[in-house]
Structures are given as C-alpha cells and as structure tokens.
Design a protein around this ligand. Structure first.
Ligand code: SF4
Ligand code: SF4
Length: 186
C-alpha cells in the first residue's frame, strides 16, 4: 500500500500549495476563527484517505485512542439522531488542534477559500467558508482553487487501490465513522 499512500501524499502536497497561494492572495487565515469547520459533517469517499489517516494515528498512545473512540461514538450517535447539518466537533479536534494534522483528509485541507470544480459536465463554484465570505465580502473572487485535477487524481488513485484490495462496495463515511472503522473493525 505504501506506493498508493505516497501518491496521496503528493496530491495533498499540491492541494496544500494551492491553498497557501489562495491564502496569500486573499491575506486570509483561519486564526481566531470562531466558526470552526471541524464541526461540519464532512463525508469522505475514499479508502485511501482512511488508510492515510490510520497511518497518522499510529503515534497516538492508548489513552488518546480510548478518548478518540469515545468521542467518535458520541459523534456518530448525535449524527444519527439529528438533522443532516447538525454541527458537532470532530473527534480528532483536541483543544482546537487537529491531532493527525499532516494526515487530515482532503476536504479539511481545501475547505474555506473560493474554488471551481468541473464535474457532471458543468462547472461548480464555491465562494469559501462563511468566515471567508463575510471577511472578504467586498473582494472579487477572481482567484479560485481549481479542484478538478485534484479530484480526478484522487479518483484514479482510489480506483487502483480498490482494484488492489479487490473492493467493490461503497465507501461514504464521516470522520467519526472512519475512526471507528480504523480502531474497532481492524
Ligand atoms: S480531521 Fe482534523 S481538520 Fe479535519 S475536521 Fe477533524 S480535527 Fe478538523
Ligand atoms: S476554513 Fe473557514 S471555517 Fe474553517 S477554520 Fe478556517 S476560517 Fe474557520
């Protein structure tokens, strides 16, 4: 699996570079944000991202893992019993910090700044997170991260991983669900 994880790392590196470029362009940072996007119910669709996240969690000790599992169970419970857009903190966020930061999934890296994405034969646009939009209200959103290439590369990588693992099912999980898979089903 190492060669696939390495390729994902490269995709992430390119995303981080684009994100940093957008941040510089807009003089935008997440510092002091009260509208933490770690409470968003993001879904992740790739096995390779779960495997990469699992790698990043290997350095944690038993107590940290126990706490993460407990928080993940709580989050799954809240998600199940609430509306789709319920906001509850990601189990990996501890004291405002992402525990496996270098291994966080793609959406956590790319969320927040304006983007464009070509899919389903049309171009989609996003204007950034709420804080970005309110802070940069008077700015033309003329710099957008183009997510298309990143999504295509990730999709291709995922296809190869599934083939290697002989996996044909669906993979759609929140971070909390991925954590329970990582710690409780392996
Ligand atoms: S994985 Fe990290 S960055 Fe992503 S939502 Fe969880 S704590 Fe936040
Ligand atoms: S991306 Fe937006 S919502 Fe998320 S932490 Fe940064 S400023 Fe806050």
């Amino acid at each position: 699996m190492d060669k696939y994880l390495q390729r994902l790392k490269e995709i992430y590196r390119a995303i981080d570079e684009s994100y940093a470029e957008a941040q510089r362009y807009y003089s935008f940072s997440c510092e002091g944000c009260n509208d933490n996007c770690c409470v968003t119910k993001f879904h992740h669709h790739t096995i390779i991202e779960e495997l990469y996240l699992a790698e990043g969690l290997k350095r944690l000790d038993k107590d940290q893992i126990k706490n993460i599992i407990s928080r993940a169970e709580d989050v799954v419970r809240v998600h199940k019993s609430s509306a789709e857009d319920v906001r509850v903190l990601c189990p990996l966020n501890e004291d405002g910090l992402c525990l496996p930061y270098p291994h966080r999934p793609m959406i956590c890296r790319i969320h927040g700044v304006p983007y464009e994405l070509f899919r389903n034969f049309k171009m989609e646009y996003g204007d950034g997170c709420y804080r970005f939009i309110t802070a940069k209200n008077n700015m033309t959103k003329d710099f957008r991260i183009n997510r298309t290439g990143f999504y295509l590369e990730l999709a291709q990588l995922e296809r190869e991983v599934r083939e290697a693992l002989n996996f044909t099912g669906k993979h759609k999980k929140t971070t909390a669900e991925m954590l329970l898979s990582i710690f409780c089903s392996r």
